[in-house]
Design a protein around this ligand. Structure first.
Ligand code: CDP
Length: 220
């Protein structure tokens, strides 16, 4: 079984996807973390705004893998270094959508994303999972929520992790990424025609999980 979860920045896709993965005992893959890892690599190489396309020459040096953190949560490794924390910082958030526009970066990551589903049932979240990565997914979920609510949630998450951010800066980033992600040429953020839409502005985690599990029951 393949489940695709797409939607806007910070609307809880990974929270829902992780909970579904647990309930069904299937693999969860965070495709956004992979774009974030490539971005971190570019920043570490000193690439400035406007120079992002130079990452194309370095793609063969980028190895991304998934594992576990000490507390059992999913970890992402960039060339064998655990970068799970680092990729969530504002520097990566402020640059990731510029890297995600690059066709070669997308082809590089999409091939890996598809390989995860070869021998496993998986749930993957991102922007183009139901439209490009797995157009034949068994279930496609498209998530959205009001921008202010999304920014507030992400702000609280970052503050809880001890990051020094302002609500204004987070809202700005959420809006900018949405704009770039929706308007780029390559695999823009788009609701698949047959996607099940969840607007979680005013529903709880438990409610969105219940709605999704009910939908999964229907297609099984
Ligand atoms: O968690 P959040 O919603 O803030 O974002 P994310 O899922 O970590 O994705 C970070 C960025 O990666 C997005 O804003 C997109 O620019 C890009 N992305 C993408 O282009 N395609 C995907 N399948 C996943 C992420």
């Amino acid at each position: 079984m393949i489940i695709a979860v797409d939607g806007y920045s910070s609307c809880g896709k990974s929270t829902l996807a992780k909970e579904i993965a647990k309930a069904l005992d299937i693999t969860y893959i965070d495709s956004g973390a992979m774009y974030r890892a490539v971005t971190l690599y570019g920043l570490q190489q000193g690439l400035q705004r406007g120079e992002e396309h130079q990452i194309i020459d370095s793609l063969q040096h980028i190895v991304i893998s998934f594992g576990k953190n000490e507390d059992g949560t999913q970890a992402i490794f960039l060339n064998e270094k655990n970068v799970s924390e680092e990729i969530r910082g504002m520097e990566v958030s402020n640059n990731v959508s510029f890297y995600a526009k690059i066709k070669e970066v997308r082809a590089f990551l999409v091939a890996q994303q598809r390989s995860f589903a070869k021998n496993n049932s998986i749930i993957m979240d991102g922007r183009d999972i139901g439209t490009v990565v797995f157009p034949n997914a068994d279930l496609k979920i498209f998530m959205t929520a009001q921008p202010n609510i999304r920014a507030q949630r992400r702000y609280e998450e970052l503050v809880a992790k001890g990051k020094n951010v302002t609500l204004e800066e987070v809202l700005q980033n959420v809006k900018e990424r949405d704009f770039i992600d929706e308007n780029r040429e390559e695999s823009p953020l788009l609701k698949a025609a047959n996607a099940f839409v969840i607007d979680n502005s005013h529903i709880t985690r438990e409610e969105q999980l219940a709605l999704s599990l009910q939908k999964i029951e229907e297609i099984r």
